[in-house]
Write a protein that binds this ligand. Structure first.
Ligand SMILES: NC(=O)c1ccc[n+]([C@@H]2O[C@H](COP(=O)([O-])OP(=O)(O)OC[C@H]3O[C@@H](n4cnc5c(N)ncnc54)[C@H](O)[C@@H]3O)[C@@H](O)[C@H]2O)c1
Length: 259
C-alpha cells in the first residue's frame, strides 16, 4: 500500500535525535526519501543503515548556521532523489547558559539565535527556489509553545528565537501561498527528548513546575510530534499554510489544570 508521502523527497535538519529522528523514521515508513542534515556523523551513519541504506535515506554533515552547507544539503536532495518536496527545518538547541535575561550574556544569546533562527532563514532560502520551480512544496519549521506564551523559567534567547521562527513562517506562508508552497510552524509543548532531558536533568523542581501547566500531565513523545509533522508535510493538510500548529498537550489552552 502506498504511504501518505509516497516517493516525496524530504529534508530533515536535526534528524539524528529526538523529534527530527522520529520524523525521519515516520517519513520513511510513509514512503518518502529523506535527506538528514545534522552534525552527529556517527548517529547519521547508524540511522542510514537502520532505515535501509542510501536508496531511502542520505545523511549529510551540515552545520545549519553555515549558508554554503545548508545550500549543499538541499542540492543533495535534488541531485540524489530528484526533488525537494518537504523541508522540516527542525535543528535547534537549548543550552543552559541561555537563562534569565539578567544572566544570559551576548555570546549565549547570539549562539541560540544563530542555531535556532538564522538556520531556519537559511533553510527556507535554500528550499524555496527548488519548490517554486516544482510549483509544489511543504515547509515545516519547528517553533515552540514558548513562541506564543511566556514562562517564568525563562530562556530568553530561545523564546525570542522561536517567536522569530513563528513570524517568519507566517510571512513566508502568506507570500508563497499562490505558488503551491505551504509553510507552517510546528509548536511543540514539552517533549521527552535529549534536549528537554538535558534541560531538566539537574533540576527536578523545574521539570515538575513545567508539568503542572500541562493539562495532560505528561511530556509529549517524539513520535507524537512526528505524526503532526507528517500531517503538515502531506496533502492531508492541503488547505493549511501560515499556521501556528500547537501540539502541546493542552498547555496553551489552560488556565488551571486538573491534579
Ligand atoms: N524537546 C522539547 O521539549 C521541544 C519543545 C519545543 C520545541 N522543540 C524544538 O524541537 C526541535 C528539535 O528538538 P529535540 O528536542 O528533538 O532536540 P534534540 O537535542 O533531541 O535534537 C536536536 C538535533 O539537532 C542537531 N543539531 C544541533 N545543532 C545543530 C547544528 N548547528 N547543525 C545541525 N544540526 C544540529 C543535534 O545534533 C540533534 O541531532 C528544536 O528546534 C527544539 O527547539 C523541542
Amino acid at each position: 500500500m502506498a504511504g501518505r508521502i509516497q516517493d516525496r523527497v524530504a529534508v530533515v535538519t536535526g534528524g539524528c535525535s529526538g523529534i527530527g529522528l522520529a520524523t525521519v523514521r515516520r517519513f520513511v515508513a510513509e514512503g518518502a526519501k529523506v535527506v538528514i542534515g545534522d552534525i552527529d556523523d556517527a548517529r547519521g551513519a547508524a540511522i542510514v543503515e537502520e532505515l535501509g541504506g542510501v536508496d531511502v535515506v542520505t545523511y549529510v554533515h551540515v552545520d545549519v548556521t553555515d549558508k554554503d552547507q545548508v545550500d549543499a544539503l538541499f542540492q543533495t536532495a535534488k541531485d540524489t532523489y530528484g526533488a525537494v518536496d518537504i523541508a522540516f527545518n527542525n535543528a535547534g538547541i537549548s543550552p543552559p547558559e541561555d537563562d534569565s535575561i539578567l544572566d544570559t550574556d551576548l555570546a549565549a544569546w547570539r549562539k541560540v539565535q544563530e542555531v535556532n533562527l538564522t538556520s531556519v532563514y537559511l533553510c527556507c532560502k535554500a528550499a524555496l527556489p527548488h519548490m517554486l520551480e516544482q510549483g509544489r512544496g511543504s515547509i515545516i519549521n519547528t517553533a515552540s509553545f514558548v513562541a506564543v506564551m511566556g514562562a517564568a523559567t525563562s530562556q530568553i534567547s530561545y523564546s525570542a528565537s522561536k517567536g522569530g521562527v513563528l513570524s517568519m513562517t507566517r510571512e513566508l506562508g502568506v507570500q508563497f501561498a499562490r505558488q503551491g508552497v505551504r509553510v507552517n510552524a510546528l509548536c511543540p509543548g514539552p517533549v521527552n527528548t535529549p534536549l528537554l532531558q538535558e534541560l531538566f536533568a539537574k533540576d527536578e523542581e523545574r521539570a515538575a513546575r513545567r508539568l503542572v501547566h500541562v493539562p495532560m500531565g505528561r511530556f509529549g513523545e517524539p513520535e507524537e510530534m512526528a505524526s503532526a509533522v507528517l500531517f503538515l508535510a502531506s496533502d492531508d493538510s492541503s488547505f493549511m499554510t501560515a499556521s501556528t500548529f500547537l501540539v502541546d498537550g493542552g498547555i496553551s489552552g489552560a488556565y488551571v489544570t486538573p491534579i
